[in-house]
Write a new protein. Sequence first.
Length: 217
Amino acid sequence: MNEKQRARIVLKILDKEYPKIIVPLKSRNVFTLLISVLLSAQCTDVNVNNVTKYIYPKYYKPEHFKKLGKKKIEKLIKKIGIFRIKAKSIYNLSKILIEKYNHSVPKTFEDLEKLPGVGHKTASVVMSQGFGYPTFPVDTHIHRLAQRWGLTNGKNVVQTEKDLKRLFPKKKWNKLHLQIIYYGREYCKARDCYGLTCKICTTCYPNRKKPVKTKKA
């Protein structure tokens, strides 16, 4: 079985398992989506949602966070990991959006990735979920699953993103990236499946006997 055949199996199983997908991070607009994705680094979506549900009803524009200042932002997000660094990024990017982008989130990778605290993965999620642009955000979890499923040689997330974009139709990217996340959380967990028990792993590799050692991103 080659990688294209495995990709077709993955797509078939995921479409059957998750025909409809809900975006896991709650947001009020594209700006709050950007903030939530930034906050989700090294933090679960559930924790981010639990914190932001008390923030977004009142604070949901760049000017709100600029007015709050770094210290007050820190207090609002203190239950989230590395909150001081994230508070600084939120404050500084809010100022930049006001001064440079007319209070709006820019719609290009180049501009998004220039913002404080915004890397390629965060920009990809915003482009996908905020603006509907076809992207394939790859985090360490998707990187690990793509290795297990034989879709990439797993050198780094950049290579994994290229491989996944090559193997799957462009129109599927936005939905597929979320389907993979949901499937990984439910069935192909890091310390449960080991590449041996879930439906995708057993279908793609029916003769696999030993746990798969994945390369770090």
